[in-house]
Write a protein that binds this ligand. Sequence first.
Ligand SMILES: [Zn+2]
Length: 261
Amino acid sequence: MMKRPTTVGNRLLAPLPPADLGLLAPYLQQISLKQDAVLVRSGDRNEQVYFPHSGTISFMLDMPNGQTVATSVIGHEGAVGMLSVLGPSRSPTTAVIRVSGIASQISASRFHAAFAQSNAIKHAVQTHTRAVLMQLQHVASCNALHAVEARMARWLLHIHDRIDGNFIPLTQEALSELLGVRRTTVTLVGRKLRASGAVRSARRGLVEIARPRLEEAACEGYEVMPENAKTAPAQPLLKALEPIRVYRSISNVETTRTLDR
Ligand SMILES: [Zn+2]
């Protein structure tokens, strides 16, 4: 059995002063994030902003030929759709839930209204923007310079940073989407990582990792990440959110299977 995360709280929301959080709290809905579901599709407007408390979401570029590749991942340290405050635009990427979890959801228009009134929320947006830009730069250089084996190790570490336990729920198909390579390549690279001891097993959509070995296999792109999810300060979700806790599944959201062409 996988352990549930012990720390609850999105790290952009948790540090907000009560008055600023109060601008959002009445409109925040708590939802469950289901593995493989799509939060926003490339080309769609960001109608909602999501603040994960647990779980992992990857942002995927969809190429016209059907290929996909991950540009970044976020967990409880980030948000989905937050940068819509920069102006009306369509999402350049598809946000796919890779690891199930819990998130707070608010409509983009409510979030924009709170953003306009709160310096603390503006600061949270700046923090998130900076983290996203840093990650995009590292991923861009990594994709150009580093071998698939090191890149796979890096994605596994990024996701491991955002979950508890050493079992990462990723299928070969999900890994091939993240890396933008064929599944046969994933199989070959997976064998190499198992031979080196970085991956202990990969069965039934669960990749069991050995963290120290995986860090050795990953490229320096992982090490130079200035603020990875593990180093952000953990804070509990503020009490202000308790009264509006509404659990709702988004299992009706299309899954990535529909991306197959
Ligand atoms: Zn790299």
